[in-house]
Design a protein around this ligand. Structure first.
Ligand SMILES: O=C(O)CCC(=O)C(=O)O
Length: 502
């Protein structure tokens, strides 16, 4: 059955769409598309696709009636009425090192001030006074609706993920991203869930890499952020001498335009850059069965990173803790996380009938049922011989792709014309070198493994014996990169779970 929509609604959408073009460099085609009256996929079909697709894909014509389609930065600045928002400031010119959040600076400003700085250079916008628009970008990234619109909860209904088969999912489970040209998020993978991203204003270019290419992306957990594994590579200007394996990574690139929704499957690496003067996007991470095991992997990672990095330097968490993390949690708290995650995993699979059957997406990665022989699993991971269908859609069914669902395919050529992103490199490293300081730390992170963070007991600082990294052959970070490599933590999690379930 296809959903039908009233012509009146369609007209309203179209009229407002036109007046919102002032900052869009690329006109949205939603007006023409909305004339079709119908959505190409029912919620049930969309969900089925999301749960079976193993490559990124762009949904078209699914959101033409969402009120959030009109959420330009200008509209949002009126809705938010002078609310102070934290902006991450980064440099447009970068070298081959990724611009991590730990190397950016932060300011508090209103959206109005942001728009003045970004779109009207004749006027000075106070909070941005130190940031020359030609050299810096600004990003109000990863803002939870629940924090942004505290007293305006009606607005949650403007986002309707129920159209994709997730009833009750709306703005309450979404985050908002507002950026200027060049604003970007360094290459990382999200350890939990899969992702739906609605592009509202301007365009963003996504560079995606499949999970099997993880070794070629040089994963690192420093900066440490629960639920994100960062790549050491600046994928738009890679240092191939230092990271030669990156040449083997299969880049998939797509430019997302207003009105489109990108599906990012679980564990796909992504680097995302704003390529228009103002961009606004909204996303929601969809929980998956595999998250139960991912929580154990994340607990192992947290324990090791916090222990080793605190031992190395008890006084300076800023260098390694991502600003989205509140603090380095104590060993006691981390033990509780780990035990909680293992118990939750076991409880879930003991009480659930879905383990190993249709409800459990394996997405090429093992679950407890498949992991009974972890050694063969490791071998499979290393040789790539396990049953992966990434890059293709499962073959039992006819291809679902067409004009309204566009697969993101491997790029045939490296984006050489875009080396250094959309700006030329001047060899400088990052905004951090400007001596700018951090702002207040963020309050939360995507999907918390526990709600009891407030209970965290801060461990007394003990004097560690620190050896200067320059004197060591293998640094703490080198060691951590091996110990908490995603392939290793997966096996550790499986062994822990097996040990408890015997
Ligand atoms: O839009 C961006 O800058 C990054 C988005 C992202 O990382 C995500 O949705 O997982």
């Amino acid at each position: 059955m296809r959903a039908l929509y009233l012509e009146l609604e369609r007209r309203k959408v179209g009229a407002r769409q036109k007046s919102d073009h002032e900052y869009d460099s690329v006109p949205s085609d939603s007006w023409h598309l909305s004339c079709k009256y119908v959505k190409p996929f029912t919620p049930e079909k969309a969900k089925e696709l999301i749960m079976s697709l193993q490559q990124p894909a762009v949904f078209c014509n699914m959101v033409f009636d969402w009120p959030a389609q009109h959420w330009t930065a200008k509209h949002l600045s009126e809705v938010l009425q002078g609310k102070q928002i934290r902006f991450r400031m980064g440099m447009k010119s970068t070298g081959t090192a990724p611009q991590f959040e730990t190397t950016c600076s932060y300011i508090e400003a209103t959206l109005e001030e942001f728009l003045t700085w970004n779109c009207d250079q004749s006027t000075t916008s106070e909070p941005f006074r130190d940031y020359d628009h030609s050299k810096f970008w600004a990003y109000a990234d990863y803002k939870y609706f629940v924090s942004l619109f505290e007293d305006k909860t009606d607005i949650f209904q403007d986002v309707k993920w129920s159209d994709f088969g997730f009833p009750g999912r709306n703005g309450q489970q979404s985050t908002l991203w507002i950026g200027s040209m060049g604003a970007h998020t360094p290459c990382h993978l999200d350890t939990y869930g899969c992702n739906l991203v609605f592009q509202v204003q301007g365009r963003k270019r996504w560079h995606l890499f499949p999970p099997e290419d993880t070794p070629f992306l040089y994963p690192t957990r420093i900066p440490y952020e629960e639920s994100s594994v960062f790549s050491k590579i600046n994928v738009v200007n890679p240092d191939l001498k230092r990271f030669p394996q990156f040449q083997k990574a299969r880049r998939h690139m797509v430019t997302l335009s207003p009105g489109q929704v990108l599906f990012v499957p679980r564990h796909w690496w992504h680097y995302v850059e704003s390529i228009d003067r103002v961009t606004v996007s909204i996303n929601s991470w969809i929980e998956l069965e595999e998250d139960h095991q991912a929580r154990v992997e994340e607990a192992v990672t947290r324990m090791l990173v916090c222990a080793l990095k605190t031992a190395e330097n008890p006084h300076n968490t800023r260098a390694w803790l991502n600003p989205t993390e509140v603090e380095a949690t104590s060993h006691e708290v981390n033990c509780r996380y780990l035990n909680g995650a293992v118990s939750a995993f076991l409880d879930h699979y003991r009480t659930s009938k879905v383990a190993g059957t249709q409800g459990l997406r394996t997405n090429g990665e093992n679950t407890i049922n498949e992991a009974s022989n972890v050694h063969s699993h490791l071998q499979a991971e290393q040789t790539g011989s396990h049953n992966l269908t990434s890059g293709t859609v499962r073959q039992e069914t006819a291809s679902p792709f067409g004009p309204d669902l566009v697969p993101v395919t491997p790029s045939s050529q490296e984006p050489t014309s875009e080396r250094g992103g959309i700006f030329e490199s001047d060899g400088e490293d990052s905004a951090g070198k400007n001596g700018k300081h951090f702002g207040k730390l963020h309050y939360t992170k995507r999907q918390r493994m526990m709600n009891e963070r407030e209970d965290a007991v801060v461990e007394p600082i003990t004097a560690g014996c620190t050896v200067a990294p320059s004197q060591t052959l293998i640094s703490t970070d080198d060691l951590l990169d091996c110990l908490v490599n995603p392939q290793v933590t997966r096996i550790v999690a499986q062994l822990l779970i097996q040990g408890r379930s015997l």
